[in-house]
Design a protein around this ligand. Sequence first.
Ligand code: UDP
Ligand code: MG
Length: 319
Amino acid sequence: MKVSLTIPFYNEEQQIPITLRTLKPILEATGMDYELILVDDGSSDKTWEVIRQASADDSRVIGLHFSRNFGKEAAICAGLDRASGDAVILMDGDLQHPPEHIPEMLAKWQEGFDIIEGVKSTRGKESFSSRLNAQVFYGLFRVFSGYDLRNASDFKLLDRKVVDHWRSLGEHDTFFRGLSAWLGFKRATFSFEVAARQTGGSKWSIYHLAKLSINAITGFSAMPLQFVTFLGMILLAGSLIIAIQTLVNWFSGHAASGFTTVILLQLLIGGSIMLSLGLIGIYLARIFTEVKGRPRYIISDHTESSAQTELIDDNDTRA
Ligand code: UDP
Ligand code: MG
């Protein structure tokens, strides 16, 4: 039995040695064969040099280097594509997902569960605004998609068969937390406390979080589209009231001649065009991204033998 750990790193040069030092004794103690897949998400600091060194020191450490910053979702995809273990554990590189829970995850896996997910019992030290953002996002996500992901995390163990099914999902814009819920399978949870970061700060910008939120919601639900239709209906109903008023004015002789028809047409055409454009626009944007079929990430460097290079090139072309 072999277990793969996949960890994304973005500008974490100082954190990596600390993470590896903490992780390795825990993995040794399980007595299981393991591999560590460290994904450098296009860092601008020395992250890649540090990973390469770690790989040179220990053959169980595999490094993948992205050609630019593709985001944590892409790094997760790369790790899952590369992992060869019978189970794959995904965790953050900053030890905010405490590795002390790994033996517990493995025990549940051996009991026969296919997905073992970490649930945050506390969200750790977090600013008021990021707590609020998270609440708004998960609230909207629940309304639109029907999945309740409050306190869910990316700290998960997936059985090999789950990973294989994950890899068959074709969409370009993934939302790991949502998609792994969508996959189903026999699931178990464990709760963990989010530890404080030892070095650096959160690597998420508001822009990236907003993008992920929009992708997550539009990828899981067509309800926003219906909302646009609903908005259009309200607009048309409003138009009708103004139309009646305009007609009354006209019949009672208060309106400038010819103006009535102009107002009516303006309201009707304007409302319908906005409604249609909104609908088409959202559909189009998503189809556009998917149809381009670009890879989710590009690996520009890695730390393996040539036989494994082919495997990686293969994965690169997956849409
Ligand atoms: N990360 C990444 N690419 C990014 C942003 C973050 O690979 O564009 C990694 C980061 O190095 C860390 C993990 O994702 O290992 C979680 O990121 P972070 O701690 O910044 O997120 P938070 O804990 O604030 O949710
Ligand atoms: Mg973190």
